[in-house]
Write a protein that binds this ligand. Sequence first.
Ligand code: HEM
Ligand SMILES: *[C@@H]1O[C@H](CO)[C@@H](O)[C@H](O)[C@H]1NC(C)=O
Ligand SMILES: *[C@@H]1O[C@H](CO)[C@@H](O)[C@H](O)[C@H]1NC(C)=O
Ligand SMILES: *[C@@H]1O[C@H](CO)[C@@H](O)[C@H](O)[C@H]1NC(C)=O
Ligand SMILES: *[C@@H]1O[C@H](CO)[C@@H](O)[C@H](O)[C@H]1NC(C)=O
Ligand SMILES: CC(=O)N[C@H]1CO[C@H](CO)[C@@H](O)[C@@H]1O
Length: 341
Amino acid sequence: MAMQQLVAKLLALSVVVLVMMSSPIAGTASYPSLLQVGHYRQSCPAAESVVRATVEGYFSRDPTVTAPLLRLHFHDCFVRGCDGSVLLNATAASGPAEKDAMPNQSLDGFYVIDAAKAALEFKCPGVVSCADILALAARDAVSLATAGNTSGASLWEVPTGRRDGRVSAAAEAVANLPSSFADFAKLKKQFASKGLNVNDLAILSGAHAIGNSHCASFAKRLYNFTGHGDADPSLDASYAAALRASCPPRFDNATTVEMVPGSSTSFDADYYKLVASHRGLFHSDQALLQDQQAGAVVYSLLTSSKKSFLRRFGASMVRMGRAGVLTGAAGEIRHNCALLN
Ligand code: HEM
Ligand SMILES: *[C@@H]1O[C@H](CO)[C@@H](O)[C@H](O)[C@H]1NC(C)=O
Ligand SMILES: *[C@@H]1O[C@H](CO)[C@@H](O)[C@H](O)[C@H]1NC(C)=O
Ligand SMILES: *[C@@H]1O[C@H](CO)[C@@H](O)[C@H](O)[C@H]1NC(C)=O
Ligand SMILES: *[C@@H]1O[C@H](CO)[C@@H](O)[C@H](O)[C@H]1NC(C)=O
Ligand SMILES: CC(=O)N[C@H]1CO[C@H](CO)[C@@H](O)[C@@H]1O
């Protein structure tokens, strides 16, 4: 009898210990992980393959689709957490939405998310969140853009289970999205506020290996950096001259340049070669060299394998994807990513 009581007590105690171990510890900087890989395994087994097939369909016709999809997830996560708020349209009641804000001027790829959502609403209505579709589409698009990875393998696993937010405000996008003219200290602070460290900042900046930029995002560096008709001293002089040729003083608003000349649709670590040679397109890219730790990441990526860069990029993307997520009963699962239910 006494033995049985002891066993029962020990069992009860171990349950308590297990519960304590699995609950997030207050006061640590780590974010509670309520997302999990395979969240839709029971509720919508086709969720990931539908997103993948949708992205593949667009990618096979136009490989430039990767960059906007990757950037959309970033802009989603940095404003109110990864809650799909970047996808919401403004309404008379809400006022201007995130996508109406200046930093969002050049966002694209919404049609891919909408297509994936429509396919998923057909298969499993009301189950898969827009926020998760953004995270999955970013992963799939980057995987497809990895030259030499035609096997179609996914580069990293995406924890899912995000729910969609019900608020989207232009002013919050302006306040939370980093400026391309920011210095290191400001970038570090903005990333830290999303639970991301200096390593994440340096690795995620590698997203600028793909895509394009409008002249307006860096023209000040070429002509009037400090307001005295000067160029940004952190920009290589001959590269500045080449950029001035693409973006003359009265540039056309629609003109874009490749982030990485000649390689803007292939995802690799070439971006770091540019930064190391003072040819990062934005002041914020070049600002990585203002910090010893971030600079060390830049230099380490000049010699490390592409495989190792991709592994590190995936790990930082997973951390970014946890920022401020809504889970459990919070938020909703939108039926149309642009509209509240
Ligand atoms: C470190 C702070 C960052 C700043 C200041 C920044 C700023 C910018 C700016 C100004 C553009 C060009 C927009 C335009 O003029 O068309 C751009 C493009 C882009 N950004 Fe960033 N970004 C940052 C971090 C990131 C991160 C973390 C990601 C993703 C993980 C990302 C992904 C992209 C992509 C893929 C493009 C190209 C978009 C396209 O071609 O459509 N950026 N970024
Ligand atoms: C959201 O806004 C965009 C751009 O104005 C528009 O093309 C789209 O049809 C809108 N979506 C919905 C569901 O109203
Ligand atoms: C292709 O993707 C797999 C992950 O599924 C990765 O292990 C491999 O290194 C990638 N290949 C290249 C060349 O990047
Ligand atoms: C350069 O910047 C200064 C200060 O912001 C501004 O007054 C001046 O008009 C600018 N010059 C040009 C050519 O844009
Ligand atoms: C370019 O954009 C600026 C700022 O948004 C605007 O004031 C200007 O009218 C635009 N120029 C053209 C030619 O569209
Ligand atoms: C994609 C999108 O909605 N872009 C908008 C970003 O904000 C500017 C205004 O600052 C709008 O003109 C764009 O339509």
